[in-house]
Design a protein around this ligand. Structure first.
Ligand code: FDP
Length: 339
């Protein structure tokens, strides 16, 4: 029998992502396999995008388009390519009813998805300031199954919170391309073997250590933070027992991935320029909170668990801190004590 912890098959070969997803699906005898195919399509889009990023310097895909997105941020050519890649992976099948993306003002309704159970929320290119300097970038995804009338399609309007997710994860394009996902039974990581074009299980059942030793935040913003957050980071940097080390890459996924594997906390709190925080709830914070929680970590806005924040608009922002359970709890305690 195949267990989810196995990394290799009887022949000694590593387990593929497809094998793992199907083994996971078998644990839910009434599953119809649609969520499995959604995840496989995301992995397919990830392979296309990984290939495009590696070749971007040769194909004219570096740099900005000259346009600005709905968040008034300069759009990169790779932002556009990543968004198109995701849409193409879902436009001609019945897997999702709609796609919400950082790169689109409004949700994209999928014509074939009139009976689909899922809404896909995606940030195609997280960490886009890294794109032109050969830094790590990523795609973040949350697959939502909002409540709906029998026989009708899922709708974006019915999304209530991150708790509507049935799967979430990210594809990180670094020295290697890594696909991390959860459907609620463990968090699992796969590395793309470019030679055979397969994601292979390399990080089964990722568990986030309960504490440190890293913290990640844009410290240029410290003067604009509230005093609880300033105190928190001061405490991490010069703790009584031990000091944490600072790591900040400018890409949320890259920094959070480090904390997920090695322990620590990523935070992007509210500041003067971003009074509600900078990061977007539906396609950045909630999917990553879903991953971190299922790895034994935690994610907070400071005053609320990220997964419980009610949705009121698709591009809504929240203050965000996520990673090791005990480190996140200290920030929550400091924020609560001040209220
Ligand atoms: P980016 O805008 O470059 O896509 O998603 C937002 C994000 O990057 C995070 O990945 C990253 O951690 C953060 O913003 C960086 O923001 P600052 O440049 O303000 O530090």
């Amino acid at each position: 029998m195949t267990t989810m912890q196995e990394t290799s098959t009887a022949s000694g070969a590593r387990m593929t992502l497809a094998h793992h997803i199907l083994a996971s699906q078998r644990q839910h005898p009434r599953a119809r396999g649609e969520l499995s195919v959604v995840l496989l399509q995301l992995a397919f889009a990830g392979k296309i995008f990984s290939h495009a990023i590696r070749r971007a310097a040769f194909t004219g895909q570096l740099g900005a388009t000259g346009e600005r997105n709905v968040q008034d941020e300069a759009t990169k050519k790779l932002d556009v390519f990543g968004n198109q890649t995701i849409i193409e992976a879902f436009a001609r099948n019945e897997l999702v009813a709609a796609i919400v993306s950082e790169e689109m003002d409004e949700p994209r309704q999928i014509a074939c998805g009139t009976r689909a159970s899922y809404v896909l929320c995606v940030d195609p290119l997280d960490g886009s300031s890294n794109a032109d300097v050969n830094g790590v970038v990523a795609t973040i995804f949350g697959v939502y199954q909002p409540k709906r009338e029998a026989g009708t399609a899922a709708t974006v309007q019915r999304l209530q919170s991150g708790r509507d997710q049935v799967a979430a994860g990210y594809i990180m394009y670094g020295p290697s391309t890594v696909f991390v996902y959860t459907t609620g039974s463990g968090v699992h990581g796969f590395t793309l073997d470019h030679d055979i074009g397969e994601f292979l299980l390399t990080h089964p059942d990722i568990r986030c250590p309960p504490q440190g030793p890293y913290y990640s935040a844009n410290l240029a913003n410290v003067p604009e933070w509230n005093h609880q957050t300033q105190a928190y980071v001061g405490q991490l940097a010069r703790g009584a027992d031990r000091s944490y080390s600072l790591r900040y890459s400018g890409a949320l996924v890259a920094d959070l991935h480090r904390s997920l594997i090695e322990g620590g906390v990523y935070l992007y709190p509210a500041d003067q320029r971003h009074p509600d925080g900078k990061l977007r709830l539906a396609y950045e914070c909630a999917p990553l909170a879903f991953v971190v929680e299922h790895a034994g970590g935690a994610a907070t806005t400071g005053t609320s668990t990220v997964l419980d924040v009610p949705f009121h608009s698709i591009h809504q922002r929240v203050p965000f801190a996520a990673g090791s359970r005990d480190d996140v709890a200290i920030l929550e305690r400091l924020s609560r004590d001040d209220h």
